[in-house]
Design a protein. Structure first.
Lengths: 191, 110
């Protein structure tokens, strides 16, 4: 019986190891993190130099295009590495973010909801992505963005859009670069 | 332990109580699907060995196998069925119970 139990421990360790490695490969998200982070940073000078309409146009075009580019990236990555994540929870969350941002952005036109609302939706969306990826860093970033959105809505500081997009854009790019570095390291080990 | 309570070993599933087959289901429990190549490299087995184990799982209805062409190259994708996922979770739960009992035995003997 002791032999059975010792074998059980070996099997359990091997299965949990295989599962952990696959989770690590599947939680790679540097492409959308960098893409949307850069889009947020690009929107700052647009807001400062042009108008709210120009920012709205940038996001109306950029967000759906970015979502499609992200879907294509995940698809091509799955074919390249040979393993894919269950897509529907991610698709539903991404569509929820795009629709939520547009709704709060349009509904709050001219007021604090126009910039705090989308950031709150993005924060909650990233929090969900973090949960799906089992990433403490990802869900922590999402929660931080949602908190920033609530604070900005309450305080309504000057240049609120610039501040919120700077926090989101810089954070997203940095997390994306960190994830890219991790991905390259894992790839090296796999090679 | 009461007389009617079964030993955790009785809950183990013969089909999946094997390193490669449990490994395949472990990978597929979190992934939507995985290629033969990914499974072979992740589990460090030969093509023939993997093929045999995937065949056993497919016969038991725990995985499905689909062949598709990507860039004119054949790809074999393996996916866990609902039954496969629940069997995997039941097996992991039984293994954890067994290991817990083993550690309890060791502690008691000290």
């Amino acid at each position: 019986m002791i032999q059975d139990q010792s074998q059980a421990k070996t099997l359990l360790t091997a299965a949990e190891g295989a599962r952990e490695r696959t989770r690590s490969v599947l939680s790679t998200n540097w492409f959308p993190m960098i893409l949307f982070g850069v889009l947020a940073l690009v929107s700052i000078p647009v807001a400062e130099l042009w108008s709210g309409m120009a920012v709205a146009a940038l996001w109306l075009v950029g967000a759906p295009l970015g979502t499609v580019a992200t879907a294509l990236w995940y698809r091509s990555r799955a074919i390249e590495i040979g393993v894919s994540v269950k897509p529907w929870p991610y698709v539903v969350t991404a569509v929820g973010i795009v629709v939520g941002c547009m709704t709060t952005g349009i509904a709050g036109r001219g007021g604090p909801l126009s910039y705090a609302g989308p950031l709150l939706v993005i924060g909650l969306g990233y929090f969900l992505f973090g949960l799906l990826d089992r990433s403490l860093l990802g869900s922590g970033f999402g929660a931080a963005m949602a908190t920033v959105a609530i604070i900005v809505f309450a305080v309504q500081p000057q240049h609120a859009y610039t501040l919120t997009m700077l926090a989101f854009g810089a954070g997203s790019v940095l997390l994306g670069l960190w994830n890219l570095l991790q991905d390259r390291r894992t790839g090296d080990v796999g090679d | 332990m009461s007389e009617t309570e079964l030993h955790p070993a009785a809950e183990l599933d013969e089909t999946v109580h094997q390193r490669v087959r449990l490994g395949i289901l472990a990978i597929l429990s979190d992934a939507d699907r995985a290629t033969f190549t990914y499974l072979r490299e992740a589990l460090d087995v030969t093509d023939g060995n993997l093929s045999t184990h995937v065949g056993v799982l497919a016969k038991a209805g725990l995985v499905t196998v689909d062949k598709a062409f990507v860039d004119n190259r054949p790809r074999t994708w393996v996916r866990a069925t609902k039954k496969g996922r629940s069997t995997f979770h039941a097996e992991i739960s039984a293994l954890r119970k067994l290991v817990g009992r083993y550690q309890g035995d060791i502690a008691a003997s000290r």
